[in-house]
Design a protein around this ligand. Structure first.
Ligand SMILES: NC(=O)c1ccc[n+]([C@@H]2O[C@H](COP(=O)([O-])OP(=O)(O)OC[C@H]3O[C@@H](n4cnc5c(N)ncnc54)[C@H](O)[C@@H]3O)[C@@H](O)[C@H]2O)c1
Length: 463
């Protein structure tokens, strides 16, 4: 069967915003989340806050999806040497599997099992009894079915961003992780950036005083890639712009801010309001596509507004402005702005100012001293490996290394399923707010009340 047809059908099937086919149980329907976003389904097991598993000396890893992103994860897991073992790799496209096989064999790794050729081949892979974790880097619509089935098959899961894009699916991840007592980490690499970890350190050591406000976002002109027939598998990403209006990709900007602000570790996202501009860029670019065999040639019905602005209020009174713009000429930025009673930081480029030091930013010399003083110890300790293995300036390697290291040591992972759900749920909540004329929409409390506990982030324990 034609892969394009299969792909489109699978997108339509799983993109139903609150479809009851994805119901958590026969008594809980997607509509309940639509009517009351604070609704909490019945838990299926104990909380996984602080979950620890017995140390695993060598983590056995399987991969689903080795396209643009998944192939990078293969490199990073390989770079971790004997701390992990690549056991199995699955991609529906045989060429992707072949590329991975060739690369691994060129590195002397030949004892890997490969799965390909059909959309359901991953189901065979996750049945294996020699896998500890499955890394999922597939289109968004596949994240939840693959994560849930992998956990039910007894595997830990590391899933790409965003982990889910319906409220119901966020709860599915939480309930399944609790039922199976498995880790479900969302691979939010930006939390491991040098600048972000430096800010995290300063925020938690009181340099900013009382945190009040942040601005963050994902500003990245992806038009060429969205409209390319070949960049994303079956052009999966533009289909979301076609069908949905909201913040489709919230977690790169928001994840680090959530960690600065102790979200679900003393504070929580309370509600948001969201507004999108009109859509213009993709329609305009579609009309200039010369290839009439491109499905999006002269296409005009994109639902997604060019710029989405969202305001989030936290329980402790902080506010966050979150932006999403993937279709304008604005230069790349995640903004990374943080304000407190004693200091202020703005990103792109990074600048810092503090109370009582005039109205300007620190000069280069002062900035460098501050940067050194609060540099995260892991960036000092692992500078050479980070530089060698790279990936978005080193954050990709560090994230994978740290996750594997936590399993090796048998300690809790830095990010848990509640982070995955609380950060990802921004997408459906913004869609809902927009549908209701930018009305306020409450966040679900995925921790079921435990957000009040002042848990310390693992990354802040490293000396
Ligand atoms: N954290 C980051 O910095 C970052 C960067 C890029 C992408 N991503 C995320 O990574 C994920 C993948 O994005 P991408 O850019 O690599 O897309 P992609 O289209 O390049 O890769 C997706 C891969 O999944 C495969 N696939 C699709 N359906 C499958 C199935 N049923 N079974 C097995 N394989 C299947 C495709 O063949 C393809 O190789 C997305 O969730 C995206 O948001 C994250």
């Amino acid at each position: 069967m034609n892969i394009n047809l299969l792909g489109r059908r699978s997108f339509l099937r799983s993109s139903t915003l609150f479809g009851s086919a994805l119901g958590l149980s026969s008594t809980v329907k997607g509509n309940e989340f639509l009517e009351n976003t604070s609704f909490q389904p019945k838990p299926k097991g104990q909380s996984v806050i602080g979950l620890r598993t017995a140390p695993i000396a060598q983590l056995r890893v399987g991969f689903i999806g080795v396209g643009n992103r998944g192939s990078g994860h293969i490199h990073q897991v390989f770079a971790c040497g004997g701390k992990a073992k690549i056991v199995a790799v699955c991609d529906v496209q045989n060429t992707k599997v072949e590329n991975t096989k060739n690369w691994l064999e060129s590195k002397g790794v030949s004892d890997v099992t490969y799965y390909s050729g059909k959309l359901t081949a991953w189901r065979e892979m996750i049945k294996r009894d020699d896998l500890d974790i499955v890394i999922i880097s597939t289109p968004w619509e596949d994240h939840v079915p693959m994560s849930v089935e992998a956990m039910l098959a007894g595997k830990h899961v590391a899933v790409e961003v965003p982990a889910a894009y319906t409220i119901e699916d966020c709860w599915k991840l939480v309930n399944t992780a609790e039922q199976m007592q498995k880790n479900c980490i969302m691979l939010e690499n930006v939390c491991y950036g040098d600048e972000e970890l430096w800010l995290l350190n300063m925020a938690h050591q009181g340099v900013f005083g009382n945190l009040t406000y942040a601005e963050c976002g994902y500003i990245h002109d992806l038009r060429e890639m969205l409209l390319s027939k070949d960049y994303y598998y079956n052009m999966w990403r533009i289909r979301h712009n076609e069908k949905r209006d909201g913040n489709l990709y919230p977690t790169h900007g928001l994840g680090p801010v959530a960690q600065y602000m102790n979200i679900d570790r003393g504070d929580r996202f309370a509600f948001l309001v969201s507004m999108s501009s009109k859509e213009a860029s993709l329609s305009e670019d579609s009309s200039t596509l010369t290839d009439s065999s491109n499905e999006f040639h002269a296409h005009h019905n994109y639902k997604h507004g060019d710029m989405n602005n969202t305001l989030i209020k936290t329980n402790n009174g902080r506010t966050i402005l979150l932006q999403h713009d993937i279709v304008t000429a604005r230069p790349y930025s995640r903004i990374n702005m943080l304000a407190g009673t004693k200091a202020f930081h703005n990103g792109y480029p990074s600048r810092f100012s503090k109370k009582g030091a005039g109205h300007g930013y620190l000069n280069d010399e002062e900035y460098k001293i501050l940067r050194e003083e609060y540099k995260h110890p892991i960036w000092n300790k692992m500078e050479a490996e980070i530089e060698k293995n790279g990936g978005h300036g080193g954050m990709d390697f560090l994230m994978i290394y740290r996750m594997i290291d936590c399993f090796n040591q048998g300690i809790s992972l830095d990010m848990d399923v509640y982070d995955a759900a609380s950060w990802s749920v921004v997408s459906p909540l913004t869609e809902l707010s927009i549908k209701k004329g930018s009305a306020p929409v409450n966040f679900p409390d995925f921790t079921r009340g435990r957000w009040k506990e002042n848990r310390k982030l693992g990354m802040l324990e490293i000396k």
